[in-house]
Design a protein around this ligand. Structure first.
Ligand code: ADE
Length: 250
């Protein structure tokens, strides 16, 4: 996977992504991260990349020319026109399914806006998809791009030390992850659940699955519609509802 980030703050993304797991994956050649400075493509004397909005209003708008020229130069260099993802709160909300789809691409371009946004004509000309990381407004698209790159990268084979750990994750099978424990066995009087010390793999697996279902029911019940539950697990899920009703009656 080759990521190309079009931004006015290349240091921000380069510094943010060259550490930890993603940085190591880049060192290993499993992915590459290139921050392209949009400012390098302006033709204005003082390096301006923005101007006041036509029609008036607050703030500045990023001009179409440097954005389009930055992308076209990249396409020329690559010999292809990779997908451009524009980071905006107006986009589809990014999730694990979108991450899985994008992980199959060879090259991805992340377009990061600043100020009051980017001239609409540039967006019409080069953007393939608008993506958001949630219903709140940030000062720019760099953090959303970094969030998405982190999420997509951990799905690339070899990036996580253990391939299977990307699969056993929150949202795999639409269920949240079960609770985890490590040594010591007792911390501040709180014991690790007995079943995890039993060495009984089948019972541990069943306990974990039930914990996942319970957590999802408590914290993200909206996900349960898409979960694949066995008949026995459906009965367990219903029992959680009855448990809660009983608690209310006490
Ligand atoms: N730019 C500003 N806010 C954003 C958000 N929530 N998601 C994606 N890009 C953004």
């Amino acid at each position: 996977m080759n990521y190309h980030i079009l931004t006015l703050f290349p240091d921000m993304v380069a510094d943010g992504l060259n550490t930890s797991i993603i940085g190591r994956a880049a060192d290993k050649g499993l992915l590459s991260i290139e921050a392209i400075n949009i400012r390098d493509y302006t033709k204005e004397k003082h390096g301006h990349v923005d101007d006041a909005p036509y029609g008036g209003g607050a703030g500045m708008v990023m001009q179409a020319l440097p954005v389009c020229e930055a992308y076209e130069a990249l396409c020329k260099r690559l010999g292809k026109r990779p997908k451009v993802l524009y980071m905006t709160p107006q986009g589809r909300v990014f999730n694990q399914t979108i991450a899985r789809e994008l992980a199959g691409e060879e090259d991805l371009v992340f377009l990061c806006g600043h100020y009051e946004g980017i001239d609409e004509r540039a967006l019409e000309m080069i953007v393939s998809d608008c993506l958001s990381i949630g219903d709140y407004v940030l000062t720019g698209g760099e953090l959303p791009a970094m969030v998405m790159i982190d999420c997509i990268s951990r799905l690339i084979p070899g990036v996580l030390s253990n391939d299977s750990s990307a699969e056993i994750e929150s949202f795999h099978d639409n269920l949240l992850e079960y609770p985890q424990y490590t040594r010591p066995e007792i911390y501040e009087g709180r014991r690790v659940p007995e079943v995890l010390l039993s060495g009984h793999h089948k019972r541990i697996e069943q306990w974990r699955r039930e914990q996942s279902i319970r957590r999802t029911w408590e914290r993200r019940p909206d996900l349960l519609d898409g979960a694949n539950l066995t008949e026995k697990e459906m009965i367990f899920l219903k029992s959680l509802g009855s448990e809660a009703k009983k608690d209310l009656q006490i």
